[in-house]
Design a protein around this ligand. Structure first.
Ligand code: PPS
Length: 570
């Protein structure tokens, strides 16, 4: 395999200790301070240890970090465009120092590696975002992480691998760089073109990869990312099922599938270089870069974060340092007149070109509409339809919010009964009073406790929604922030319909069915919403219902009509 060198001509790293040394390290780790790796850090550790990130031998130290941030090279001059750093909390950082060895553990507490700390510093995260990502806009997922969720201290140091992170899924298509290279050698693959993706593959992608392999007279490695991709992407379990279906559409013995546990940064051009280095480490000789590689979409001014072919341009500029050959591609479109795919710049002005965007695909799945055969393979569409059933089969949450006595529980009960009468999905009512009896018995009515209560309701509702049921919640939920968090938790899993029961305080107080308002006015009940505690009215609820002017039955009918209008009822 002379042709398949690791990136930069160096040695493919393998930082795992032998069995005996690993057992010793495990014993020694009992007395070490432990850091629990988050999902992103765990992905990074896996690729550092198995050589996917060669030449790195650990998390970047300060000099390397600064060189990478400012000009995309390690301190020794090797190209490395993305900071691979271990961010920790101030509290943890205060307990360790340079020269110390720490234990790096997975979320279950399993020891993955130890790290001898060489550097500890507080990075300028704003500068990192601006330099590496070219933006500090919160809509960029990595900028958002750096500026709002990163630990304030970075620790650098070399790793000693004790145990590879465990994966129980798709083990037959997970390979280390060494395993992948050995397989390529076994199959006598001399030239290998890699295709990186975080999306399901449709006909356009198949055509593009097929052409790339054909033009380069190379074999093809489909190398999708299954670590972390852009929030909101299709989950990797579904994607891998799609890839497996697609494999039969490639000529026999020409193409392989392998999963890459990479935590993407969505850093566009810089990320493209990084992807190239990683693919070189996995034994590939060529790397496809299409339109808007690793781009996270639009910023808050509605401009694209990166130009569509910026990644190709930067890659070309550094190709001599990369030891892997760029295979650039323009966007592929379906040319109706030719019944064929072609790069967009090869389409004649008089020809009709067709594409279906990701948003349009999701719409068609949601409403069970036709997805044409020119766009994708029936088996792939089948997998997607199974995972994304039409709205009529999806779970949803009805989230009623409003003052005590506003009518939330009564409407919620009426809606529940009507939905049960119609049959179909299982329905669960999470009424304020009932939840406080079972789930939140120990909580009071401080802001902190109310938010905790809403968070618990949101969690249960999200599980119900994810599994195709209907959750009807009816707490007061006085704070906008906690309602927003619940929405964010549920929307990726199914429908979320917020209903503000806006019955005015005077009406609620006149009703005073439980006698609570009288006791609140008398000061017997403290922190009573609307009397001695705030209620932040929703700004953009899906519905507003004031029960002072309509009956409960009419209110429930309005909710059902809304559900029908949104597409949830058949
Ligand atoms: S919250 O804010 O969403 O956590 O409240 P919730 O879980 O819906 O609980 C509201 C019910 O608790 C009773 N109750 C009070 N409500 C508001 N403020 C105070 N201080 C309070 N103390 C007790 C009241 O019966 C509420 O039920 P509903 O059904 O809204 O009348």
């Amino acid at each position: 395999m002379g042709a398949l060198k690791p990136a930069h001509g160096g040695v493919l790293k393998n930082l795992y200790l032998g069995t005996e040394a690993a057992a010793e390290e495990k014993g020694r780790s009992q007395t070490l301070k432990s850091w629990d790796l988050n999902p992103r850090q765990l992905c990074d550790v896996e690729l550092i240890l198995n050589g996917g990130f060669s030449p790195l031998e650990g998390f970047l130290g300060r000099a390397d970090y600064e060189a990478v941030v400012s000009d995309m090279h390690l301190a020794d001059g090797l190209l490395w465009p993305i900071p691979v750093t271990l961010d920790v909390t101030q509290d943890f950082a205060d307990t360790v120092g340079e020269g110390h060895i720490i234990a790096l553990r997975d979320p279950e507490g399993v020891l993955i590696a130890t790290m001898q700390i060489t550097d500890k510093w507080c990075p300028d995260l704003l500068e990192e975002a601006a330099s590496v990502l070219g933006t500090t806009d919160d809509l960029h997922p990595e900028a958002d992480r750096l500026l709002h969720r990163s630990g304030p201290v970075y620790l650098g140091g070399t790793l000693r691998g004790v145990e590879a992170p465990v994966h129980f899924d798709f083990t037959h298509v997970r390979h280390t760089p060494r395993e992948m290279r050995d397989l390529m050698a076994k199959w006598s693959w001399r030239k290998v073109v890699a295709f990186q993706t975080r999306n399901p593959l449709h006909r356009a992608h198949q055509e593009l990869t097929f052409r790339a392999a054909h033009e380069m007279e190379a074999n093809l490695l489909l190398h999708p990312v299954v670590g972390m991709t852009k929030p909101g992407d299709i989950d990797y379990f579904t994607r891998v099922r799609c890839y497996e279906k697609l494999l039969s559409h490639y000529p026999d013995q020409t193409t392989a599938l392998s999963l890459l546990p990479l935590a993407m940064r969505m850093a566009g051009p810089r990320e493209a270089l990084w992807h190239g280095i990683v693919r070189k480490n996995f034994g590939c000789t060529h790397f496809i870069i299409g339109r808007d590689h690793a781009g996270p979409g639009k910023d808050s001014q509605q401009n694209d974060f990166y130009g569509p072919y910026d990644a190709q341009d930067l890659f070309k500029k550094h190709e001599h340092e990369l030891d892997i050959t760029l295979v650039p591609f323009k966007m592929m479109v379906y040319v109706q007149d030719r019944a064929q795919y072609a790069p967009v710049d090869e389409v004649e002005p008089n020809e009709t070109q067709l594409t279906i965007s990701g948003t349009e695909l999701r719409r068609r799945l949601r409403f069970d509409l036709d997805i044409p055969a020119w766009f994708s393979f029936p088996e792939v569409i089948g997998v997607l339809r199974e995972r994304y059933p039409p709205l009529t089969n999806q779970g949803f949450t009805l989230f009623f919010t409003g003052l005590s006595g506003s009518g939330k529980s009564t409407i919620a009960n009426a809606v529940m009964t009507k939905l049960m009468e119609s049959g179909g999905r299982p329905v669960t009512l999470l009424d304020g009073d009932v939840v406080r009896k079972h789930l939140s018995r120990e909580l009071g009515f401080s802001m902190e406790h109310r938010n905790l209560n809403i968070n618990r309701i949101g969690f249960v509702a999200s599980e119900i929604t994810k599994n195709g049921g209907v959750a009807i919640c009816a707490p007061i939920a006085p704070y906008a922030m906690s309602r927003r968090q619940v929405r964010e938790m549920i929307e990726p899993l199914g429908g979320f319909i917020e209903i503000h029961v806006s019955t005015p305080l005077e009406v609620c107080e006149t009703r005073d069915r439980k006698g609570l308002y009288a006791r609140a006015r008398a000061g017997v009940i403290k922190e009573f919403t609307g009397v001695s505690d705030p209620y932040e009215a929703p700004e953009n609820p899906e519905m507003v219902i004031d029960t002072s002017s309509i009956t409960i039955d009419q209110a429930a009918q309005r909710v059902l009509l809304k559900l029908e209008n949104l597409g949830y009822l058949s």
